[in-house]
Ligand binder design. Structure first.
Ligand SMILES: [Zn+2]
Length: 385
């Protein structure tokens, strides 16, 4: 049944009310549990192109839902107070392996599996009343990983092999199955332009690491090796990025590539209406073309309506409204509004606002209606002048 009205606003009001009346049970500031720009959760359908009749996988995004942070925090509090440990949940397939590898299977027992074919390694039952394990690959598996000649950081290129070898060492397999799996990994490497020696090197490193940690269980041999550094996100532009990363004292570089498939293919996601989003915006006076740059953590719609009503009701609450009133100039909230960046409230939003203000100032200092112009003069901003 279609709804007559979007209930998100009403629900958000209820969440705010709850936070206010129950503030004493939260250790965090309750404003951190509110969603600045709440949206109704969206249902998205992902096509399973590799399956007959192309079924869909429905996914609902709750990130911007009014109770998202409140629910997560309530869950934390519940877990802390009760020490709740789910008895029938496992983290991943390796944990499952650990739990069942010594399990004796009674005579005549039947293994029931509820659609876990795609999630867990194949678990064939053997005659000796114990489980045996092999690595299972879906029939749709192709041995394509990032090619050796591809312009990607080495850590990205080797990640697939690290994961495969980690699995090889973690799954208790017979010697025959182990060698077969090692052979598959080497074939994948060679088919993607790598030397099979790379696999031997990774395997040797991982094995010796495992042996050392087994021998010195829980003891840290070299305290300086404990890495408490923060991560810095750096675009990967070839060797230059490695050189830049060496200058980052106290930070680990986390490279990302800029030309990825999703940036080249069309995006079929149902986009949120621009006016419902938050970020940096530009308002232009319809009469004299002067500009006002602003930021908002709430929706553009709400913030622009505030500027507009300030002007109409003769309240000089914003510099922009004040300009319109004192100069008797005109403004159309639809025509003279432009969203410049989409971003949530935070330091990044403030940096983007500063950048946009500097861009306008660099053309002409008289062309801007913002009052506070002595902003952060980071030397990086010169690149945008
Ligand atoms: Zn004007």
């Amino acid at each position: 049944m279609p709804l007559k009205k979007d209930p998100t606003k009403k629900f958000n009001g209820a969440v705010k009310g709850t936070l206010q009346s129950a503030y004493s049970i939260f250790t965090k500031d309750t404003f951190k549990l509110k969603i600045m720009n709440p949206q109704a959760p969206k249902l998205q359908a992902y096509y399973k192109l590799h399956k007959p009749n192309v079924p869909i996988r429905p996914v609902v995004t709750y990130r911007d839902a009014p109770a998202y942070k409140l629910a997560a925090e309530t869950n934390n509090i519940f877990n802390k107070l009760t020490g709740f440990q789910p008895a029938h949940t496992i983290k991943n397939s390796l944990e499952l392996l650990q739990k069942i590898q010594h399990l004796q299977v009674p005579e005549g027992a039947i293994l029931v599996s509820f659609d876990v074919v795609n999630l867990f390694p194949n678990i064939p039952l053997s005659r000796c009343n114990k489980h045996t394990f092999r690595v299972f690959r879906k029939p749709t598996f192709t041995d394509t990983v990032i090619h050796a000649k591809s312009r990607h950081p080495l850590s990205h290129k080797h990640a697939a092999f690290h994961s495969m070898i980690h699995r090889l060492l973690s799954v208790p397999m017979s010697e025959k199955d182990f060698n077969e799996e090692l052979c598959v990994i080497k074939t994948v490497a060679v088919n993607n332009g790598y030397s099979s020696k790379l696999i031997d090197v990774i395997l040797r490193k991982k094995t010796s690491k495992a042996v050392i940690s087994l021998a010195y269980q829980g003891h840290v041999l070299d305290p300086t090796s404990v890495n408490n550094k923060k991560w810095a996100r750096i675009p990967y532009l070839g060797d230059l990025s490695y050189k830049c990363s060496r200058t980052l004292a106290g930070c680990n570089p986390a490279f990302y590539t800029t030309r990825n498939l999703s940036s080249m293919l069309c995006n079929s996601k149902d986009h949120t209406d621009i006016n419902q989003r938050s970020g940096v915006y530009e308002l232009t006076c319809a009469t004299c073309n002067k500009k006002y740059i602003g930021q908002t953590g709430r929706s553009f719609r709400v913030r622009v309506a505030e500027h507009s009503s300030g002007w109409r009701l003769n309240k000089t609450e914003s510099n922009f409204a004040e300009h319109l009133i004192t100069e008797n100039h005109k403004f159309d909230p639809h025509e003279n509004f432009k969203a410049l960046h989409f971003c949530d409230k935070g330091r990044r939003l403030t940096a983007l606002e500063t950048l946009e203000i500097n861009k306008v100032i660099s053309h002409s200092r008289d062309n801007i209606l913002n009052q506070q112009l002595e902003l952060n003069r980071s030397p990086l901003l010169h690149y945008f002048e």
